[in-house]
Design a protein around this ligand. Structure first.
Ligand code: GLN
Length: 191
């Protein structure tokens, strides 16, 4: 059976993820309802605004189904706001900000913002041959990692790409840089 990877399509840079996956020859589809979530093999949580996405996940009654599927082993890849959604703990979150969770990390929201809002850099990433062109936009970084979490890349002395079993997360936006190699890493993990 060919793979179908869903892209959570409540808010954020959904199209960029769908395009990157499609360019890799992977079936990609948008997910807005629980029935659509059931039909995918894996999910991408895009960049955007984590507080808005968390609220919409509640409104669309997707938060609990998504939590259950991730706990059940469905692979997930979060970029930027998506990384925040996957994190078990958030610092500098909005009042009462919920996450999907599953990834045993503490992230700080808008962490680079205090130094520089947005920047691009070529970043060495474990498992990828040559550095990845990484676009950071009001990005979080990771402040604490649990024992099962592998750090794949760092910037400013903090993890910005992590993997824990079936979960992958980056502070930056590989869907924006026109470089499909981080998505390829995710697709390999799904397979
Ligand atoms: N700062 C945003 C948040 O907290 C994330 C920014 C992004 O995804 N580019 O959700």
């Amino acid at each position: 059976m060919p793979l179908t990877i869903g892209v959570l399509a409540l808010q954020g840079d959904v199209r960029e993820h769908v395009r990157t996956l499609t360019d890799l020859g992977v079936g990609a589809t948008t997910v807005r309802r629980a029935s659509e979530l059931e039909a995918v093999d894996a999910i991408v949580l895009p960049g955007g605004e984590s507080t808005t996405m968390a609220k919409l996940l509640r409104t669309f009654e997707l938060l609990d189904p998504l939590r259950k599927r991730i706990q059940g082993g469905m692979p997930a890849f979060g970029t930027c706001a998506g990384m925040i959604l996957l994190a078990d703990h958030v610092r500098d979150g909005a009042e009462g900000q919920e996450t999907v969770g599953g990834l045993d990390v503490t992230v700080r929201r808008n962490a680079f913002g205090r130094q520089v809002d947005s920047f691009e850099t070529d970043l060495p990433v474990t498992g990828i041959d040559a550095p990845v062109h990484a676009v950071f936009i009001r990005a979080p970084w990771v402040e604490e990692v649990g024992p099962g979490v592998e750090v794949l890349a760092e910037a400013a002395g903090h993890p910005v790409a992590v993997r824990q079993g079936h979960l992958l997360a980056t502070s930056f936006h590989p869907e924006v840089g026109g470089d499909g190699r981080v998505h390829e890493l995710f697709v390999d993990l799904v397979r």
